[in-house]
Design a protein around this ligand. Structure first.
Ligand SMILES: [Zn+2]
Length: 91
C-alpha cells in the first residue's frame, strides 16, 4: 500500500486526532519523511487546529491559505499528470 499526497491530505485530521489505524499511521509517517509538501500541510493543519480549538481570535499570516492552496493545487495537477488517468464514472 503506497499513499499518495491526496490520500495523506484526506487522512490528515484523523491522523492528528490519532484516529487512524496503526498501519495507516505508519504509512502516513513514511510518506511524511520524504514529502515536504505533506509535512508542511501537516504543520499548517496542526497550527490551525490548535488555534481554532482555543476559541479565541487569531490571525493567520496574510496570504497563508492562498499560498497553501495554490501549492496544493499545483501538486495535485502534477500528481494527476504523473500517471493517473481521470476516473470515468460509468453510467
Ligand atoms: Zn505527499
Amino acid at each position: 500500500m503506497k499513499l499518495r499526497c491526496e490520500h495523506v491530505w484526506s487522512y490528515i485530521s484523523e491522523y492528528i486526532d490519532d484516529a487512524v489505524d496503526t498501519e495507516l499511521r505508519e504509512e502516513i509517517e513514511k510518506h511524511l519523511e520524504h514529502c515536504e509538501i505533506c509535512s508542511a500541510v501537516l504543520d499548517s493543519t496542526r497550527n490551525i487546529l490548535v488555534l481554532t480549538a482555543d476559541e479565541r481570535t487569531f490571525e493567520l499570516p496574510v496570504g497563508f491559505s492562498e499560498r497553501l492552496h495554490a501549492r496544493l493545487a499545483k501538486e495535485l495537477v502534477a500528481a494527476k499528470i504523473d500517471g493517473e488517468s481521470p476516473e470515468n464514472p460509468s453510467p
